[in-house]
Write a protein that binds this ligand. Structure first.
Ligand SMILES: C[S@@+](CC[C@H](N)C(=O)[O-])C[C@H]1O[C@@H](n2cnc3c(N)ncnc32)[C@H](O)[C@@H]1O
Length: 249
């Protein structure tokens, strides 16, 4: 569904049909997807360029698209290392051919809730040095998990990261109860119940509690250090991708 919203071609009729219903509930969803992806590019660039991060662990990386994490990071520093993690076999099939372009990039098929398994995976031990700060990315993924699954996953990752590492987290939030309920019901239906929930800003604040939130703070990610890249604004406030970046002490 996300691929179709981004204008991609790696999607099926069932995805497109569900997206049509989604757009009726939340008409800004295409702009939201494009803006989310633009945030991902900006945040990787900022962390590589301004904070010197050279290793990225991208949870729920999604289908390859334009300017993937390793391309952005390795443009800043050719020695940057990226491990993509996703549990969708289609993402893995496309990722192996279109993401793994050099020996500093890998894609791992894993459930992002299996932090132990991920950190023991040979590609992760090869590319993610435990004594060096990492950027752990959770961009537009925590809404895929049930309430009780999100915080334990985040805590488990934090425990394994070196001081000075970064957690990048954003997820779908809405101020409107009806949007939250309708989208959650649609997605539960589209995924056979294998989805979480559209949440509220406070939930995301909670995920990042105890970390130093870097400027410009937590917000609609469209407004997180916007650059001159042209991206359509959302004209309705039905829902947003909301979050930001926290740094481990
Ligand atoms: C909306 S896409 C986000 C892609 C990318 N992070 C971005 O922001 O552009 C969500 C991705 O999370 C993946 N995903 C969902 N639940 C997952 C899980 N439990 N473990 C690993 N990946 C998961 C899906 O397969 C999908 O590729």
């Amino acid at each position: 569904m996300y691929d179709w919203l981004l204008g991609g071609i790696d999607n099926y009729k069932a995805d497109r049909d569900a997206c049509q219903i989604l757009l009726e509930i939340a008409p800004s969803t295409k702009a939201l997807a494009v803006n989310n992806r633009a945030f991902l590019r900006r945040v990787v660039k900022v962390l590589a360029q301004e904070y010197g991060i050279r290793q990225f662990l991208d949870h729920g990386s999604g289908l390859p698209t334009r300017d993937n994490v390793h391309e952005v990071a390795q443009r800043v520093a050719t020695d940057a290392r990226v491990v993509y993690v996703d549990n969708d076999p289609i993402v893995l099939a496309h990722g192996r051919t279109r993401l793994v372009e050099n020996d500093r990039t890998a894609i791992v098929q894993a459930d992002m809730r299996d932090t132990d398994g991920i950190f023991r995976h040979s590609d992760v031990t090869r590319l993610i040095r435990r004594d060096e700060p990492t950027a752990a990315l959770f961009v537009s993924v925590t809404h895929c998990l049930k309430d009780h699954e999100v915080q334990p996953m985040i805590d488990a990752v934090k425990e394994r990261l070196a001081p000075g590492s970064f957690m990048v987290i954003c997820q779908l939030v809405s101020e409107h109860e009806k949007v939250r309920e309708d989208v959650t019901a649609l997605m539960a239906d589209a995924t056979g119940g294998n989805w979480g929930r559209v949440r509220e800003e406070d939930d995301v604040r909670g995920y990042l509690r105890g970390l130093d939130i870097i400027e410009p703070g937590l917000r609609d990610v469209t407004d997180w250090r916007p650059d001159r890249e042209v991206h359509p604004r959302q004209h309705v406030d039905d829902w947003v991708e909301w979050g930001g970046v926290g740094r481990l002490p």
